[in-house]
Design a protein around this ligand. Structure first.
Ligand SMILES: NCCCCCC(=O)NO
Ligand SMILES: [Zn+2]
Length: 343
């Protein structure tokens, strides 16, 4: 399995996040990617740079005005005499208008996001564009006949919606990969999200579609980020009704429980009979993850990979979360090795 990686992710660093009401250093830091890269190299995976893609490719899953905002936000911040990192501080809430985009960068930040956990810095756009190109390159390899490929995306993407950023995410790498596979002729694609957090952005993007099935197994939003989406009664809308499944699980969930739910998700995928699969691979389900509450152990990640491989589908893995920095690399490599030994 080829690993697609760009060191341009390093331009996205610095800043603080408002996590559960406290201003703290970012959990989503550059060293995560370095540990993953080192572990994958050590495990013998070939590492390739991303191909280039036209800007229009990003518009396959994000609005043009949102992308234009991301590209220009930091220079607008500088034009307002600011430097360092920027966070939104006002959001359109219930009873306020969503059809008007304010003029100030401070308000635009809130218009295009839904939390204050996702700081932008001068290099953020460069980093997220490179991450998106990694995802698109992995999808292209699979569309061209490879059985699988992995995109080492940093920052993650599954919380980014059609026109919103949040949860450390700006561009939805998994959605970009799924749409690319569709554009290359895969008739039906499934996105399986095994990150600890609900893939609300991916669900948003494909909510009304029956050609991309979204399935997410995650911490119960009643107590866990993103809090306001990811419940079991969400099944899509319009043509998309029945093409979205959520499996919220309680804090403390261990492997036996997780595996049982995973098998249910895999059966739904078999019933859908897709031509390809995208896996939003977060390993923040790990027992020692600092911001998460599941209890998977290192030895369970090869099993996760093997279960995914049991579907026999062309598979694009997209890196999402995982913040136990010392173990994140081993856990990611274990999933991919478990997949390869079974595929
Ligand atoms: N401080 C907000 C928590 C963001 C969760 C990020 C993540 O890992 N999503 O998968
Ligand atoms: Zn996560």
């Amino acid at each position: 399995m080829k690993v697609i990686y760009s060191d341009k992710h390093q331009a996205h660093q610095g800043g603080m996040e408002l996590h559960r009401g406290e201003l703290v250093p970012c959990y989503e830091m550059p060293s995560r990617a370095q540990f993953m890269l080192d572990a994958l190299r050590q495990a013998g995976f070939p590492i390739l740079p991303p191909r280039d893609f036209a800007p229009e490719q990003l518009e396959r899953v994000h609005s043009a005005d949102y992308l234009q905002f991301l590209r220009t936000a930091y220079s607008q911040w500088q034009a307002a005499g600011k430097s360092g990192f920027m966070l939104p501080s006002a959001f359109p809430a219930r009873g306020q208008r969503q059809d008007k985009i304010p003029t100030g960068i401070h308000a635009k930040l809130g218009y295009y996001s839904y939390d204050a956990s996702t700081p932008m810095v001068a290099g953020t756009w460069q980093a997220v564009e490179a991450g998106a190109h990694c995802a698109l390159t992995a999808a292209a390899l699979v569309a061209e006949g490879e059985q699988s490929a992995y995109a080492l995306c940093r920052p993650p993407g599954h919380h980014a919606g059609y026109a919103t950023f949040g949860g450390y995410c700006f561009l939805n790498n998994a959605a970009l990969a799924a749409q690319y596979l569709r554009d290359q002729g895969k008739r039906k694609v499934v996105v399986l999200d095994v990150d600890y957090h609900h893939g609300n952005g991916t669900q948003d993007i494909f909510w009304q579609r029956d050609d991309v099935l979204t399935i997410s197994i995650h911490g119960d939003p009643a107590t866990e980020y993103p809090f306001f989406l990811g419940y079991a009664d969400e099944h899509g809308e319009g043509a998309g009704l029945g093409y979205c499944h959520n499996f919220p699980l309680p804090a403390g969930t261990d492997w036996p429980t997780y595996q049982q739910v995973l098998l249910k998700a895999l059966q739904l995928i078999k019933d859908f009979n897709p031509d390809a699969m995208v896996v939003s691979l977060g390993v923040d389900t790990f027992e020692d993850d600092p911001i998460s509450a599941f209890k998977l152990k290192a030895g369970h990640y090869p099993l996760l990979g093997a279960h995914i491989a049991s579907l026999g589908l062309p598979t694009v893995f997209i890196q999402e979360g995982g913040y136990a920095v010392a173990e994140v690399g081993q856990n990611v490599a274990a999933v991919l090795q478990g997949f390869e030994q079974t595929a």
